[in-house]
Design a binder for this molecule. Sequence first.
Ligand SMILES: [Zn+2]
Length: 300
Amino acid sequence: MTMLTKILTATTATVALGGSLLATAAPASAAARDGVCQSGEFCYYFNSNTQGSLSDFTTSVPNYNTTQPTCYDYKGPGNGKGKCIKNAAASAWNRSGKTVRVYFNSGYSGAYQDFAPGAKANLKSGLKNQNASHEFGPGSGSGSGSRKAMSTSLYSASGTITCGFDGYKNTAGRHEGIDIARGVGANVYALTAGQLINVARGSTGRSGLSTIAVYNSSLNKTVIYLHSAPLSSLRVGQTIRKGQVIAKESWHGVSSKGAAHTHVEMRPGRQTRAAKSVGDSRLENPNPTSFWNSQGYSVR
Ligand SMILES: [Zn+2]
């Protein structure tokens, strides 16, 4: 929508709503994502001066996604309803008891604007229609400080990073992913949602590499898991939920059982296979830390 169109529709919405805005009573508890800005919530508005459709939150969100049906969208009645909120908020109302910080980038980074408890204001130039994440109580641990450890999330139990991104020490080549280990047979959980675009089952031992590739079209990124034993129920084309069990830890494509681990690799775009790591001196993938942070994980 062009700025002129947005201004015109904002005016129309103001006229149409008239004095009805005061009719929203605050119920006893806040129900997020219901299109009503209740006590305890932080709310984005599609238009300036807290006009138009709103989107209500009770927690920090590091990444809004950009397309339906996976994006955070406007829920309330009025202008903008159903549209994704990323880069499309003009004002906000903080009805929570904590400061809420709105960021230019996903993952709580870049330029920001603070909304004190009770504040109702337009987003400033540079953030208006350029909002990508928000954090309740910035620096207090509710947002970035509460990111979950990747190693714990992968197994839904404690795991250990045994080799980091580009972290080969005694192996020739550049490591294109992150190796995480718990123990043979441990459930492996999907770290991101998406569509399953490749399953190669492999077998135990050096030559039996397995691959699970999950493509997220909103993020335009593929997360690839190597070496595990994919669940027999996995089918190419199926939708994978974040936190869904996809495999058991194993050593498919690893020389010994004692070295079992899951290699987790983020690749830009739609990719059915991992980049070559062992024996390949060219690093293809970007450092994935900011990606994992934007998905709510810390690389540990
Ligand atoms: Zn690896």
